[in-house]
Design a protein around this ligand. Structure first.
Ligand code: PEP
Ligand code: MG
Length: 889
């Protein structure tokens, strides 16, 4: 197989094969831009090398042939004693992994060729400087020597000369430094620095292959979700020199400002320097304006090339260049990374400039970038004191006084304090405190723990699973590594985008993009600014493009109203369990304890008007858009006191000889309802089937609320959803009971109640028998949280902390299946159920309401699977709108 490609043989679309750098070097070569000649060893060769542990057959010969051609073209031989050709060996994967992999410059220099180079260049200092750089880079990257040793030797050389900068060292200083470096190599690597240029080159190539699998490279890929099996290409390029004196230098440049997105070139230049010197910050760099003063001809040429590149790539490009004695060379280009804000601005500007279409603009931005723009951010310029790091569960920047229980959170916030609720983990009891708090911090639980899911739903900042923290809720204090203690009332700051936890108050800047989505900042207003205007325009194009509807998961009129402002086209999941908490809890307790039907009916009759008001509020807020109400789902014991706490209370009362009749009864009930696996127990439709009257009361509340809204002149479109169905029979029973109630309410009120009855698909059996279930369901909503839990057999509440990091490390999956839908497994069930369901009932409405509904990658899957809508937390609605459009482009 062919492993090696000359720069003239490739082009920019061969990134899989040649890596980003190689593909773009080829593209520039073919555009006629001044690229030093060279060749690229493909990622195929890297993969073959990594799997066999040795260079694949034929690679050496192909490299020899391409090297010979290069030598021919350059009229010099690699490492020739009198006039050496020197090359660089640089890594370059498909996706850029800045600083993760290796580069070796000046290959071909040796004790003899260094004199040849000095003679040809007419510059002793330059030759020795290049040689010492080679040994340094080779030592670090190929021979794995700690860079500190070389740094120390360089510092010592500077000290000996009283020099402040490396340019103050002369040829003889640098020759001495070369000796010192060679000694370091001998000592640290147990071998001499290789004098054979070809051996240098081959070892460097292998080192680049190896660098694909260093720990930091793996970690980087995991974070950036880059697959581990791509491998890197290797670029061998003839050297040009920026360290040939004052008329030489090296720099980086951007065709637009990557931080703001503003038009106009931007860059840094360093005279008499090579390679990483610019980024390493060893000397102060010059601006491009200063380069213009210094070397007008090179500057003009650079401007011309940047124009060519932007026009050709039709996007912001970044560039590495070198000037060798007044001649400009291009060493790299690529479509440049940019901040989220710059991405939106550039995309909108390029449409205005007539360079790209609105569809392309949608592709140039991402939901993740939009999400970043929506969260307030900490201003870290003051270098705040970071005490620990947890998981970035729900983005945002929150500051407040530490409180360790929900009650205090509510009380303090009522008196105007901002608080951060800190718990080991949260449960439904903490809801009040979570609502009152600016942010939530837990020391246990993963990204789908209660705290994380609820916080995301509320758009509230949350850092969870900060295991380095010892949270002592009784003592109202937490202890961080290094013995740092935070007591109740101490101010802390938590960053839900990074997971960082800071001591004290870190300043925060609000997001204008959220103000815009909330309708508090018009896109045309003077205050809006170019970023908001760009977001507005791109979102308008996105809404025209997308096929998926986007709904929100919302349980309160406030959430519903916000979701609508964010562009939700309905509610895809209204969880009713939150309507059974707070003051109503006592009623629910009575319902569970009811010994006979009349007591049960009494309680249900008390709950009915409350539920009805809840639904009136939500239906009114949604003004005629569809609202999916899910009947009660969680296991009943969640509404009862904790078993251990209650047992203690009963025992204490007993010991004191106090009357504890009601606690005793409660304890009995708790015992009776106690389950080993409550998530697989008495919940969802099973509750509806065994607790008489419960679901019927809820359906009646929905029907009466719809009638009331209709009577008041509004439109109510409800979709009644039955959770945790596994068999069509379960659904049929509930459906028949519900229909009867709907008919009855329609009859007695005379109102036009438009209600669909459908089900969640959140168990494998439901997916597998979707064809049957569709007989009884007017819609399906995929509950991908439970469907993931039951398909993998992973408990959604425990699993992440326990072993997900090991699974991620070992590559079993690249991202938690609770975060991004597992296409191969869970996704297959979704597709199967969608297909079978529609076979039975072609008009079947299909949606998803699990957390995946707001995850960008998963949204693309749901688009491809032909669903009608996704539903996600209100704050993710804009992200889902954008990603749905990107999926449709
Ligand atoms: C689901 O299981 O995906 C779902 C939306 O329901 P819940 O998260 O309330 O179990
Ligand atoms: Mg569920």
């Amino acid at each position: 197989p062919k492993y090696v490609y000359d720069f003239t043989e490739g082009h920019k679309d061969l990134k899989d094969l040649l890596g980003g750098k190689g593909a773009n070097l080829a593209e520039m070569t073919n555009l006629g831009l001044p690229v030093p000649p060279g060749f690229t060893i493909s990622t195929d060769a890297c993969r073959a090398y990594l799997s066999a542990g040795a260079a694949p057959e034929g690679l050496r010969e192909q490299v020899s042939a391409h090297l010979a051609a290069l030598e021919e073209k350059m009229g010099r031989k690699l490492g020739d004693p009198t006039d050496p050709l020197l090359v660089s060996v640089r890594s370059g994967a498909k996706f850029s992994m800045p600083g993760m992999m290796e580069t070796v410059l000046n290959i071909g220099l040796s004790d003899v060729s260094v004199s040849g180079l000095a003679a040809v260049a007419g510059d002793e200092r330059f030759a020795w400087d290049s040689y010492r750089r080679l040994i340094q880079m080779f030592g670090k990257t190929v021979l794995d020597i700690d860079g500190e040793h070389f740094e120390e030797a360089l510092e010592a050389a500077k000290r000996a000369k009283n020099a402040t900068s490396d340019v103050d060292l002369d040829a003889s200083d640098l020759a001495l430094l070369v000796d010192a470096y060679k000694a370091i190599v001998r000592e640290q690597a147990g071998r001499d620095f290789p004098q054979d240029p070809r051996e240098q080159m081959d070892l460097a190539i292998n080192a680049v292959f190896h660098s694909w699998n260093t720990e930091r490279a793996k970690l980087y890929r995991r974070q950036e979700r880059i697959p581990h099996d791509l491998g890197t290409a290797v670029n061998v390029c003839s050297m040009v020199f920026g360290n040939l004196g004052a008329d030489s230098g090296t720099g980086v440049a951007f065709t637009r400002d990557p931080a703001t997105g503003h038009s106009g070139v931007y860059g840094d230049y360093l005279a008499n320097a090579q390679g990483e010197d610019v980024v390493a910050g060893i000397r102060n760099t010059l601006s491009l304006e200063q380069l213009e003063q210094l070397d007008k001809a090179s500057y003009d040429e650079l401007m011309r090339i940047m124009k060519v590149l932007e026009g050709h790539y039709r996007d912001l490009c970044d560039i590495e260049f070198t000037i060798e004695r007044g001649k400009l060379w291009m060493l790299q280009t690529r479509v440049g990374k940019r901040t989220a804000a710059a991405a939106f601005l550039i995309a909108a500007n390029l449409v205005d400039e007539g360079v790209i279409t609105p569809d392309e603009a949608i592709e140039r931005v991402s939901g993740a970038q939009l999400a970043q723009l929506m969260f307030p951010q900490f201003d870290l310029t003051g270098k705040p004191n970071r005490v620990a790091k947890g998981m970035n569960a729900s983005p945002g920047a929150a500051v407040g006084k530490a409180v360790f229980d929900s009650y205090t959170a509510v009380k303090w916030s009522r008196s105007g304090e901002r608080v951060i609720l800190i718990r080991r983990e949260t449960n439904p009891d903490d809801l009040g405190g979570m609502i009152a708090a600016q942010g939530i911090l837990t020391s246990r639980g993963g990204k789908t723990s209660h705290a994380a899911v609820v916080a995301r739903g509320m758009g509230k900042t949350c850092v969870c699973g900060a295991e380095e923290l010892d949270v002592d809720t009784k003592a109202r204090r937490l202890t961080a590594p290094g013995g740092v203690v935070v007591e109740e009332g101490d101010v802390i700051s938590i960053d839900g985008s990074s997971g960082a936890i800071y001591l004290g108050e870190v300043p925060v800047a609000p997001s204008p993009v959220v103000e815009y989505f909330e309708g508090r900042l018009g896109a045309d207003s003077a205050r809006a600014g170019e970023l908001v205007r760009s977001v507005h325009r791109i979102m308008t194009w996105a809404d025209e493009k997308r096929a998926l509807y986007v709904r929100a998961n919302a349980d309160t009129p406030d959430d519903a109203a916000r979701a609508r402002r964010f562009g939700a086209q309905g509610i895809g999941l209204c969880r009713t369990e939150h309507m059974f908490l707070g003051e109503r809890r006592a009623l629910v307790e009575r319902l569970i304890l009811a010994e006979d039907d009349s007591e049960r009916q009494k309680v249900l009759a008390e709950l009915l008007p409350m539920q009805r008001d809840d639904f009136v509020g939500i239906l009114t807020a949604m003004g005629g858009l569809p609202v999916t109400v899910r009947l009660l789902d969680p296991p009943l014991h969640e509404f009862l006191p904790d078993l251990t706490e209650l047992s203690v209370r009963v025992a204490v009362a007993e010991a004191r000889g106090e009357d504890n009749e009601s606690d005793l009864r409660l304890l009995q009930a708790v015992h009776k309802l106690h389950e080993q696996n409550p998530m697989l127990g008495l919940r969802g439709v099973r509750l509806g089937l065994v607790v008489p009257g419960l679901f019927i009361m809820q359906v009646r509340a929905i029907a009466e609320a719809a009638a009331q809204v209709a009577k008041a002149g509004g439109v109510a479109r409800v979709e009644i959803m039955v959770p945790l169905v596994g068999a069509v029979q379960e659904l049929e029973i509930i459906r028949d009971e519900a229909r009867a109630v709907l008919d009855e309410v329609t009859e007695t009120t005379g109102a036009d109640i438009r209600a669909l009855i459908g089900t969640m698909i959140e168990l494998p059996r439901a997916a597998l028998t979707a064809g049957q279930i569709a007989e009884a369901a007017e819609f399906f909503s995929f509950g991908t949280n439970d469907l993931t839990q039951t398909t993998w057999g992973f408990s959604r509440d425990d699993v992440e902390a326990a072993f997900f990091s090991a699974y991620l490390d070992r590559g079993i999956f690249g991202v938690s299946p609770f975060e991004t839908l597992d296409r191969d497994g869970v996704g297959r069930l979704v597709s199967l159920a969608a297909g079978e369901g529609r076979k039975t009932r072609p008009a079947l409405k299909l949606g998803v309401c699990g957390e995946h509904g707001g995850d960008p990658e998963s949204v693309h899957f749901f688009h491809d699977a032909g669903l009608d809508y996704v539903s996600c937390s209100p704050f993710r609605v804009p992200v889902a709108r954008l990603e749905a459009a990107r999926a449709a482009v």
